[in-house]
Every structure is written in structure tokens, then in C-alpha cells.
Design a protein around this ligand. Structure first.
Ligand SMILES: CC/C=C\C/C=C\C/C=C\CC/C=C/CC(=O)SCCNC(=O)CCNC(=O)[C@H](O)C(C)(C)COP(=O)(O)OP(=O)(O)OC[C@H]1O[C@@H](n2cnc3c(N)ncnc32)[C@H](O)[C@@H]1OP(=O)(O)O
Length: 319
């Protein structure tokens, strides 16, 4: 996969023009294509797919980490993560996700979004631990800013969003799922904010998100213990909304979005915004402080040592 060489500057409150220029720069530099352009190209290649717009977010030469399709008829987009081995979120992957979220949000043809994974048994393994181990400090800060951006975009999206959780979903994977409006999960997997088990700390906005999702008491236990819940436990706690067999996860997410689409969109969006705005505003107002806290915390010798040991334990387990 081609690595992003430049520093990415996604400003906290970008003007529309600045943001579009930023996207254009990324598009040119990294061969990322625009949804509309790409759909046309796909249709030309595959005239038989009448109802499907397909956009492979990376062009030839890059890995295809994120596939975005928009069904013309229903307006439901599907964002499929495919970053082997475990869909861990590094800077480039997060950037692609943010670009796709921006495009879908601005597309008048899109009303709903499903996030899922192409990797068997894995939804998303959370942050790429290698981004935090022996990091370049500039990149580390940009990485965290880009993660903040993803949360702000997804949690604050006007679209009806659903996570089709078809595999393990620890830490950042759980954050992504909880940022959606609805979660449907296959049985037999684990989900949760397990940061303390790694010797690291879920920041205030991860904490706010889990509290908003399943209440304070269960969240304070889950966060301190770093609990990874089974699908069934997560359902009982309200962390996920439904469990269905693996092969029905996508269809169930689609059906649920159809149900939500019957509610007048304007009323639903205003309600969602009123409920989620305080958490998003809090992160906006503390964004730079949060980046500095993350940087100072992660670059501590003791934390680096702990992360090194965790990486070793994952490698040993994988052998
Ligand atoms: C005072 C302080 C105040 C404020 C603090 C401020 C800021 C907060 C600071 C820090 C917060 C940081 C927040 C972090 C959130 C995160 O998301 S951390 C990441 C947490 N993720 C995990 O713990 C998941 C680890 N992985 C697994 O449990 C399993 O891999 C998984 C269940 C996902 C899949 O299992 P399996 O199918 O058996 O696969 P393997 O375990 O064999 O793994 C395959 C290869 O993938 C590599 N890998 C796994 N997970 C990651 C990852 N997250 N990042 C990078 N790489 C990963 C694994 O090493 C194997 O690689 P190999 O084949 O050996 O090369």
C-alpha cells in the first residue's frame, strides 16, 4: 500500500472550500477517487449493474482498503472495510474513511449508511497499534486528529447509520460501531472498550460515547475493567441492538434503515443532532488539548514499554 508522505491537515472546523481543497489534494496525491466520478466509471465498466454505484476508494496500485457502494434505488450506502489482517485503523485508512463520510454526507442521493467488514470474523480491531508504538510525533498527532475527525463525522452524521458487526470489534472498532445509530451483530464475537487491558486509557469522548450508549454504571465498570463483551452480553447491556446469524447481518441492517427512513427526515435529524451535539461540541472545544494529552501519554516510556509487550503478546498468539 502506498504510504501517505505528507502531513495531513484536517482542520477542526474547516470552511467548505478549505475542506474541498484538502480532499482534492488527497485525491490527486493518493489516487483516491470521487464517489460520483467513480460511479460513472464503474457503470461504464459494468453496464449490467443498473442499480449499483460502486466506488473503490483506492485506485490501481493502492490496496483496496475501503469499498463504498450506493444503491441508487434505496439511497443506502455500504462502506466495507478491507484492510487485512484485522482492519486496524491507521492514518491512511482513517483518512479514506473520512473522505468517504464527507462525500456520502454531501451526496443528495444517499440517505443511509451501513458500515461492515470484508475480513472474515473481524469487524475492526481498533486503532493500529503500530501507529502508537515508537511513533513519529507529528504523525502521531495527525493520526489522533484524524480519529477525532472520524468520530465527529460519524456520530454527527445526518444519515441514518448502522453498523453491521460481522466480527470482533474491540476498542476503536467498538467506537466506530457505537457512533452509528443502530448496531446489528453476529453471535460469537467480542465487542467493547478494552483499553485498560492494554495499559492505556480511553479518552473522555470514548467514555462519553459508551455512557450515552449504555448508561453510566455499566460504562464505568466496563471502562475500568476493559471488558470485551460477547455479542449476547452486549445485547443485554444495550451496546448492540440486535443479534442475528452471520449471513443475516447485512440484510437486517438494510431492513432497519428502511424502517428509520419512514420517519420524516428533518425531524429525525434535528432530534439526533440535539441528542449528540453536546458530546461533539465538547470534543470540538477540547480538541487540541486532547491531542496533546494523547501525545504526552503515548510517548511516555512506561506506556511504550507496555505497548511493546502487548504487540509481542499479539504476535506470539498469532504464531
Ligand atoms: C492521563 C491520560 C489522559 C488521557 C489520555 C489521552 C488519550 C488516550 C490515550 C490512549 C488511547 C488510545 C486508544 C486506543 C484505542 C484502540 O483502538 S487500541 C487497539 C486495541 N485493539 C486491540 O486490543 C485488538 C487487538 N487484537 C486482537 O484482539 C485480535 O487480533 C483480534 C480479536 C482483533 C483478531 O484475532 P485473530 O483473528 O486471532 O488475529 P490475530 O490476533 O492473530 O492478529 C492477526 C495479526 O493482526 C495483528 N493485529 C491485531 N490487532 C491489531 C491492531 N489493533 N493493530 C495492529 N495490528 C494488529 C496481530 O499482531 C497479528 O499480526 P501478525 O500476523 O503477528 O503480524
Amino acid at each position: 500500500m502506498g504510504q501517505v508522505q505528507s502531513r495531513l491537515t484536517i482542520s477542526p472546523t474547516p470552511t467548505k472550500l478549505a475542506w474541498m481543497m484538502h480532499l482534492r489534494m488527497l485525491t490527486t496525491m493518493h489516487g483516491l477517487c470521487e464517489v460520483r466520478q467513480c460511479s460513472k466509471r464503474w457503470k461504464n465498466l459494468c453496464p449490467q449493474t443498473k442499480n449499483l454505484q460502486k466506488c473503490q476508494m483506492s485506485s490501481a496500485g493502492s490496496s483496496e482498503m475501503l469499498q463504498v457502494t450506493v444503491d441508487d434505488k434505496s439511497g443506502i450506502a455500504t462502506m466495507t472495510m478491507c484492510r487485512p489482517p484485522v482492519n486496524s485503523l491507521n492514518l491512511e485508512f482513517l483518512t479514506q474513511i473520512n473522505i468517504a463520510l464527507e462525500k456520502l454526507e454531501n451526496s443528495k442521493d444517499c440517505s443511509g449508511l451501513i458500515i461492515t467488514s470484508k475480513i472474515p470474523k473481524i469487524f475492526c480491531a481498533g486503532l493500529d497499534i503500530m501507529e502508537m508504538y515508537q511513533p513519529n510525533v507529528d504523525r502521531l498527532q495527525e493520526f489522533w486528529r484524524t480519529l477525532q475527525e472520524m468520530y465527529i463525522r460519524l456520530y454527527g452524521s445526518q444519515l441514518i447509520t448502522a453498523a453491521a458487526i460481522n466480527g470482533a470489534s474491540p476498542a476503536g472498532g467498538c467506537l466506530m460501531a457505537m457512533s452509528c445509530d443502530y448496531r446489528v451483530m453476529a453471535p460469537g464475537y467480542k465487542i467493547g472498550l478494552n483499553e485498560t487491558q492494554l495499559g492505556i486509557v480511553a479518552p473522555f469522548w470514548f467514555q462519553d460515547l459508551i455512557i450515552n450508549t449504555m448508561g453510566f454504571r455499566q460504562s464505568e465498570m466496563a471502562l475500568q475493567l476493559g471488558t470485551l463483551f460477547t455479542s449476547e452480553e452486549a445485547l443485554n447491556l444495550g451496546m448492540v441492538d440486535k443479534i442475528v446469524p452471520q449471513e443475516q447481518v447485512m440484510e437486517t441492517a438494510i431492513q432497519e434503515i428502511h424502517k428509520w427512513k419512514k420517519i420524516p427526515g428533518f425531524a429525525r435529524q434535528i432530534t439526533k443532532s440535539a441528542l449528540r451535539k453536546p458530546s461533539i461540541d465538547k470534543l470540538h472545544s477540547k480538541r487540541e488539548e486532547d491531542i496533546a494529552n494523547f501525545r504526552d501519554f503515548i510517548t511516555k516510556d512506561s506506556i511504550q514499554k507496555t505497548l511493546g509487550m502487548y504487540i509481542e503478546s499479539l504476535k506470539k498468539k498469532a504464531k
